[in-house]
Design a protein around this ligand. Structure first.
Ligand code: BTN
Length: 250
């Protein structure tokens, strides 16, 4: 996939902030006050309270990485299809990193991994209108030029650590937006099956036997793919079982 696109909506409007608590929270505040145009991007040089998945925080040195949010209106999706948007965004990020000739995989549900290290994370927050998605805030954090991380983070890596050179953040954000837009358009055309297939191909640990933790219990299973609800299928003792959440890699 490439990002060539004459119809860019993502990033056409860009709000650039020096410092903010969280670009996702800022986007939510904008949505509460007005209706930003679709594709509005909110970029921060520094987040004082960057948020990650599962209530965790997202740490990023000021001016060294990309931290931004995109406002989308995927009203063509039902709430129960939100996982397809998640998959499309993950693939957009993966397509982007691969355009730099860096290999990555997607650790279910939405982490971007270079071998066993985390390069980027995504926090998607959706608003609903009845059974449909009303808006979606796509928060993207990617480690770019930072090379020292808190020892509390288990396995971070940055583009600079992989490629051995610095990257220009503004260009990177533009390019990421282009790749995410290409996948978003693919989803809008109804190609969720192709997206699911590409996501499965990119799945970290596919076909491998891994340990997982769920409700303080250890599980061992072979990562076997995804079902149509976006759940992770693990084959445990020869039986495929789908997991929607609350399951963590060990
Ligand atoms: C994760 O891996 O846990 C998700 C991390 C998402 C971080 C991004 S940075 C931009 C946006 N604003 C936030 O507060 N979080 C997301």
């Amino acid at each position: 996939m490439n990002s060539s696109n004459n119809n860019l909506i993502i990033g056409k409007v860009c709000i650039c902030l020096n410092e903010v608590d969280s670009t996702n929270s800022y986007a939510r505040e904008c949505l509460a006050k007005s209706k930003p145009s679709e594709g509005t991007v909110i970029v921060a040089r520094y987040q004082t309270g960057g948020r990650g998945q599962f209530g965790k925080s997202w740490e990023s040195e000021p001016g060294r990485n990309i931290t931004f949010s995109i406002v989308l209106y995927p009203v063509f999706l039902r709430a129960r299809q939100a996982h397809s948007l998640n998959q499309a965004v993950c693939l957009g990020l993966k397509d982007f990193v691969e355009s730099l000739n860096i290999e990555v995989q997607i650790k279910w549900p939405n982490d971007i991994y270079h071998y066993d290290k985390k390069l980027a994370g995504i926090l998607i927050e959706n608003g609903l209108m009845g059974e449909k998605l009303d808006y979606s805030i796509i928060g993207i954090g990617m480690n770019v030029n930072q090379t020292k991380f808190s020892p509390e983070l288990p396995n971070p890596v940055s583009l600079k650590m992989i490629a051995g050179k610095e990257f220009e953040l503004e260009k990177l954000i533009n390019d990421v937006c282009g790749f995410v837009e290409t996948r978003y358009r693919q989803l809008k055309k109804g190609q969720w099956k192709e997206i699911k297939k590409d996501f499965e191909k990119a799945l970290y640990g596919l076909g491998q036997r891994r340990m997982f933790e769920m409700n303080d219990e250890l599980l061992e299973g072979i990562i076997s793919g995804l079902d149509d609800e976006g759940q992770l299928i693990l084959t445990i003792n020869g039986n495929p079982r789908a997991f929607s959440g609350g399951i963590a890699y060990r």
